[in-house]
Ligand binder design. Sequence first.
Ligand code: PLP
Length: 397
Amino acid sequence: MYKSGRHFLQIPGPTNTPDRVLRAIAQPTIDHRSAEFATLGREVLDGLQDIFQTSSPVVIFPAAGSGAWEAALVNTLSPGDEVPGFDIGEFAKNWAEVARRLGLAVEVMPGDWRRGVDPEALEGRLREDHDHRIRALLVVHNETSTGVTSRLPAIRRALDRAEHPALLLVDAVSSLASIELRHDEWGLDVTLAGSQKGLMLPPGLSFNAISAKAMAASRSARLPRSYWSWEHMLAANRTGVFPYTPSTHLLFGLREALAMLREEGPAQVLARHRRHAEATRAAVRAWRLEIACQREDEYSAVVTTVLTPEGHDADRLRAVVADRLNMSLGTGLGRLKGRSFRIGHLGDLNDLMLMGTLCGVEMGLAFAGVPFRGGGVAAALESLVATHSVGAAVSAR
Ligand code: PLP
């Protein structure tokens, strides 16, 4: 049955695809071995380096983010290599599971799903590893299930203080182009991401940014690889083409999305996300609901995970919001299933879209009979007005 008005897609990815990107995608297919394609290929590969803040190569796979997880692992590691994962949320857990299935020795460090990777605990673990058996760390930058952002610079410093040579593999699927991320400056070895979040594209592309150290590791890594092979991809990319058929139309969209991010200005894009996150948290606090993330310096700028009061099923609330208000909120994942819902505030979003979203949550809480205090929308409005001049000043985490 037709529902009037635009659907509000407020899950933490895939995000709204802006009309400019949709129009860029709606073009006739071109020959992926032509000069025209090679120009497009080089343009988007170069543009991605700015987004990842790197002068190292970035490769593009026609794949979901999970493909980029696998690519990061199979290109750098060998069977039986030790790789600590961190039990900080559903995506960290799933990446560790992928590593285990590929034959890596995964030791999961405990977490409570309300904080990110603890740099001090990590440093302690690395110092115990005298003979450097740990080969790589699997760190999710922004844990999309919990709304917690791990402090990458502090994690890099932990590695450096412990004088440990492990590779730092970082999942930036939900942080790229929305939360500060500096591949080169922060000494990240592989930073992986996907197209469907901050880049405002439909799902279907994923990326690996590759440091010189990761590239060197790939030369001796023995996990089998073919589709994900950096070597073959990079050889073809030199002239702007791919070793197999690329997702031509998503690359048209990527070119447009990169232009849009440049026009808005990278610092402004990050500041916008932080400001919307702050307004969202103001609403949640006013509702007297609980934010899953427990550390202020780990609050996510892209998603707020909200815990529902005991006895109130978050998925029922989501169903009421979807049915009555034509808005999708993110479901709770893993151990937070039924106990939380997620408000996505990333990608192509402005103040009015955020306010519509928060109105929808406040109305939904009332419709679904979840106990809450009124005034969340007003608190968010006040926050947005107070911070309306927030511009380029973005500090590193
Ligand atoms: N990592 C993070 C942090 C994510 O949020 C997601 C998906 O939401 C993934 C990995 C997996 O990406 P995909 O579902 O595209 O395979």
